[in-house]
Design a protein around this ligand. Structure first.
Ligand SMILES: [Zn+2]
Length: 71
């Protein structure tokens, strides 16, 4: 029985941001195709990302609103 090495959130973050070396990325892509666990972890990161982007957008909107009323 071989032990499968799973990826951590940190590693998947590197994978996503393409800061992972090419060979490691290839391995990771391969692993993600077969591993539901790691694939869902990657999805989690993407969801967090979308949430942060949404948050930033509403902060920006708030800033614009308070700036225009300050005129
Ligand atoms: Zn895995």
């Amino acid at each position: 029985m071989s032990t499968v090495k799973h990826y951590t959130k940190e590693e998947l973050e590197l994978y996503r941001s393409k800061e992972m070396p090419f060979i490691s990325r290839m391995k990771c892509t391969d692993h993600l195709k077969q591993c539901v666990e790691c694939a869902s972890l990657l999805k989690e990161l993407e969801t967090e990302d979308a949430f942060v982007a949404e948050l930033r957008e509403s902060i920006k909107l708030f800033d614009e609103l308070s700036q225009s009323s300050g005129e």
